[in-house]
Every structure is written in C-alpha cells, then in structure tokens.
Design a protein around this ligand. Structure first.
Ligand code: NDP
Ligand code: GDR
Length: 371
C-alpha cells in the first residue's frame, strides 16, 4: 500500500491513509453479469473496487464500460489481469490491494459446457476457490478479510426435498455442480479451521438483460426480440420442462453484500421462492410481442406454434439436453429474509418483460454493444 506497492503506487488513488480508511472490495468475475451489478452497487456505497479480469483476444469488459469512464484521474476502481488458475497472480493481487471484502464470483459458470470442459471447470470453480482462500492466508489477512463464495442451487441437483433450503442435502448433477460442491466445503472448512469470516451464498438462478446469451432466459429473450423484428424465424431449445426459481441479478447482489455485513459468517440461500418451467418463460416472453403459442407434438418433436399465423417459432433440439439434468429448483429464502432482511424486488413477470424489452432496444440501436 505504501509507495513500494507497485499496483497501488502506479494508480493515482490518493494517499495511503485515505485508501486505508475506505472499504476495499476485490471481485473475481467482475466482467460477468453479477460482477458488473455488484461493482456498481459497491461503488455507490463508496467502496474502492478492484476487479480481476482475464486477458482475452476480444473485448470482455463491455458490462463495465459505463463504470470505467472517468476512472483515469482519480479512480475508484482498478481492473487487474488475473485468473483463478494462477495462484501466484492471485496471491500477488490480494497482498498488494489489501481488500477488506473479497467476492469470488469468477467461474466457468455454464452447466452444459462443464460436461465438455470438466477438468477445467473443476480447476477454476473448485480449486480456484481454494487458491483465493490460500492467498488470503499467505497475505496474513485471514482475520481481516471477509470472503463471499458464489455457491449455487446446482448443489441440490437431484430433488431430495422442496423447497430447497440451507439444510437440504446436496446431490450435484454436473461437473459444474461437483466443482462448486468442493468450493462450498472448502469455504466452510477454512471458516472453521482458521476462524475466517467466509460465507457461501447459495443462489438460485438470477437473470437480467446482462445475462450471457447462452443461458436459457437470455437466449429466449433475444430470440423473441429477433423474431419480433423479423431477424430470425425460430428458436431451438433443449429441455423445456425443467423448472427453475428465477430472480433478478440486481436483487441478489445486495444479498451477497448483506452476508458480509453480519456479526458472524453464515451460509444463506437467496431465491424467489417460486418455480416456473422453461416453457412458461418462453410463453411469457412471446406474449410481450403479442404472440400466443400453442404446443404440438411430444418430447424431441415438440414445437411451439403461433396461434395467429400457424408459423412454428419454437423447436426442441436434443443437442441442448444435458447428460444429467437438474429437473426442479425451488428455493426457500426464509433464512435470508429473517436474518439479513433481504427481499427480492423484481417478480417473474417483470423480469421476463424487462429482458425482452431490453433485447428489442439493443437490436434497434445501431452501434450499441450487441451482447
Ligand atoms: P458469468 O458467467 O456471467 O460470469 C463469470 C465471470 O467469471 C466472468 O467475469 C468470467 O470472465 C469470469 N471467469 C471465468 N473463468 C475465469 C477464470 N479462469 N479466472 C478468472 N475469472 C474467470 O456468471 P454470473 O455473473 O452469472 O455468476 C457469477 C457467479 O455466481 C459464478 O461463480 C456462478 O457460477 C455463480 N452463480 C450464478 C448464478 C446465476 O444464476 N447467475 C446462480 C448461482 C451461482 P470472462 O468475462 O472473461 O468470461
Ligand atoms: P442453469 O441455467 O443450468 O440452471 O445454470 P441455464 O439457463 O443454462 O439452464 C436452465 C434450464 O434450461 C434448460 N434449457 C436450456 N438451457 C440452455 N442454456 N440452453 C437451451 O437452449 C436450453 N433449453 C432448455 C436447461 O436444461 C436447464 O434445465 C445457471 C448458471 O447461471 C449457473 O452458473 C448457476 O449456478 C445456476 O444457474 C443456478
């Protein structure tokens, strides 16, 4: 932190005393959906925010662009190149920036992709968490840093109990879920072994216009916008009977922050408390462009047809099926509501509407980042 600290001294961030007085957050996965909302939220609260971004051959900071303007004179945020597979780099960043809170959101976060990149997913999502926890200890910060781990409802996997809560047994159904299981338990273990303030947020699906386009909600909202504007004919989906507990990402990041502001570290479920099939998301999304669907056929041959024109707008493509599926997620957020005072604000119909409208607007605005 003093002038000898190369990261801090080359960035015009004020005196060491000024810096030490501030709350300082480090976010892995800052360029993702949740990372960008969390960064906005923490900056608004007066935090100094550090983020870890991966080197990429193409631009990967689109979700942060609006926050990065005006950061050159007296920045409130600094982005560092890094990777959860690189322990040396993580140890260096953490020891230099001396964060007070660390949010580990970085992950290979796509469940279907994790079946194809299982070792990599284990390395990043499982061991990556261990690398951060060890980097905190190496820097001697284990009694000073508060650590948030992005755990997931995918830990529940096969349905053993509904609604799923903090005490529901885990049974992950993908390499992603299994990697996150390791991350969950190593977080618990370091809390118990070293007295670290470390929490798991077991978050159910949360979406937004910033959701990556290969996740089902954004894939649907984008396709509906394209079909509405005459840019596409049909959307191809996998298992449309899977049920998810969907909320808005912007509501969930507040819950992450609240978990790190308590007297004692604990694990919490964040969920909407409702569950809906993918099929219902599709129907609702089309209804926002005045298209009603009727379903015909069964399983792989099922199609969604526009009741007015008779055109087929939805087809099932088994390519999107997973070797093992999580059929039903339905969370119980009672503990977070009671202990954290957390409550989601955006309901399911408003979420679908916001996503479809945002995609229509993006497609109608020339020059805007089309992601
Ligand atoms: P995204 O996929 O949008 O973002 C993932 C972030 O991780 C990106 O910034 C990505 O960088 C970064 N990342 C990927 N691999 C690495 C790596 N090897 N080293 C460092 N960073 C890496 O995910 P979300 O924002 O939706 O989710 C945030 C976290 O929460 C993830 O850990 C996810 O597994 C978890 N989660 C998400 C839920 C959801 O519904 N959204 C629910 C429960 C848990 P890049 O931009 O370069 O790809
Ligand atoms: P999920 O999200 O696997 O729940 O993981 P995703 O949106 O990928 O899938 C949700 C459900 O929709 C079904 N589905 C399809 N999914 C995708 N991606 N593409 C399709 O075409 C399609 N058709 C049907 C899936 O089979 C699944 O049942 C997300 C991620 O954000 C994880 O990182 C996070 O941990 C969990 O949510 C909670």
């Amino acid at each position: 932190m003093e002038a000898a600290n190369p990261i801090m001294s080359r960035n015009n961030i004020g005196t060491p005393e000024e810096y030490r007085k501030r709350k300082v957050a480090l976010i892995s996965g800052i360029s993702g959906q949740d990372g960008s909302y969390l960064c906005e939220f923490l900056l608004a609260k007066g935090y100094f925010v550090h983020g870890i971004i991966r080197r990429s051959s193409s631009f990967n900071t689109g979700r942060l662009e609006h926050l990065y303007k005006d950061q050159h004179q007296k920045p409130n945020m600094i982005l560092h190149y890094g990777d959860l597979t690189d322990a040396t780099n993580l140890a260096y960043i953490i020891s230099q920036v001396q964060p007070t809170e660390i949010y580990n959101l970085g992950a290979q976060s796509h469940v279907k992709v994790s079946f194809e990149m299982s070792e990599y997913t284990g390395d990043v999502d499982g061991l990556g968490t261990l690398r951060i926890l060890d980097a905190i200890r190496t820097a001697g910060l284990e009694k000073h840093v508060r650590f948030y781990q992005a755990s997931t409802s995918e830990l529940y996997g096969k349905v053993l109990e509904t609604p799923q809560r903090e005490t529901t047994p885990f049974y992950p159904r993908s390499p992603y879920g299994v990697a996150k299981l390791y991350a969950y338990w190593i977080t618990v273990n370091y809390r118990e072994a070293y007295g670290m303030y470390a929490c798991n947020g077991i978050l159910f699906n949360h979406e937004s216009p910033r959701r990556g386009r290969t996740f089902v909600t954004r894939k649907i909202s984008r396709a509906v916008a394209e079909i509405h504007l005459g840019l596409s004919d049909c959307i191809y989906l996998g298992n449309i009977d899977a049920k998810r507990d969907w909320g808005h990402a912007n509501d969930y990041i507040e819950g992450m922050w609240l978990m790190l502001q308590q007297d004692e570290p604990e694990d919490f479920v964040l969920a909407s408390g409702e569950t809906h099939p993918v099929r219902e998301f599709v129907e609702k999304a089309f209804s926002h462009v005045d298209i009603q669907l009727r379903w015909e056929g069964k399983e792989d041959n099922e199609v969604g047809i526009c009741t007015k024109t008779g055109r087929t707008l939805v087809r099932v493509d088994p390519r999107y099926y997973r070797p093992t599926e999580v059929e039903l997620l339905h969370g119980d957020p009672t503990k977070a509501q009671t202990k954290l005072g957390w409550k989601r604000k955006v309901d399911f119909p408003s979420l679908v509407e916001e996503m479809v409208k945002a995609d229509i607007q993006i497609l109608q605005t020339p020059g805007v980042n089309q992601n």
